[in-house]
Design a binder for this molecule. Sequence first.
Ligand SMILES: C[S@@+](CC[C@H](N)C(=O)[O-])C[C@H]1O[C@@H](n2cnc3c(N)ncnc32)[C@H](O)[C@@H]1O
Length: 212
Amino acid sequence: MTTKTKAVGLAPRRPPKPILNAFFLPRGILGYVGGFLMSRGVDQQGEIADLITAPGSDLCELGSGPGLLAAVLADRHPHLRLHLVDPSPVMRSQAARRCARFIDAGLVSVNDGTAESLPLAAGSCDTLVAVNSILMWPDLAAGLAEISRVLRPGGTLVLSWHSPAAPSSASRRLALTVYQIAEISAALTVTFSGVQRIDLVHSVAWVARRRG
Ligand SMILES: C[S@@+](CC[C@H](N)C(=O)[O-])C[C@H]1O[C@@H](n2cnc3c(N)ncnc32)[C@H](O)[C@@H]1O
């Protein structure tokens, strides 16, 4: 008898409406528009950057989209090496343009990859941050295991998604359900230690440490 392992993703059971593809896996002209709209979330990205006060020497941003958070972090932490990872070519090209001067300085790299398969060596990062991408991961537990692989022991994971109490109605419409929030908290506790949930103005965030 063969046993099938079922991937446990938080993604909606039905495929997203075509307009939402501009945010889930941005492609083509709609993807460009999606990236433009994401680039307006300066306050949301700023409150996540505020959580990352001591990023260490290497930080991975997973699902980095148009590179807004990366540009803020590169500005605030001049010696930080940032490894951006996103499966969307449109997002990678927008992030590369936004972070061009940091790429030229050898501090930022923009890479193809996903939560399921990160193009980074084991134990190579002090911090990993993923903003508004967790719903796109097809398998939550597999994504967290892969993140744990690339973090150094004691390294920090920062995850976030739109808050149900955000000032923006667009953010509130995209917010996680209480069940999804509980599912993420529980999954984090399995793989990471010191899991803290933090309710910010625009986002619900989690900070956790890689066991080791
Ligand atoms: C809503 S956007 C958020 C982008 C950026 N973090 C922000 O907050 O502006 C979601 C991003 O997740 C990326 N994505 C899609 N599937 C993914 C996966 N399996 N693993 C990681 N990221 C994924 C998309 O390409 C997109 O750039």
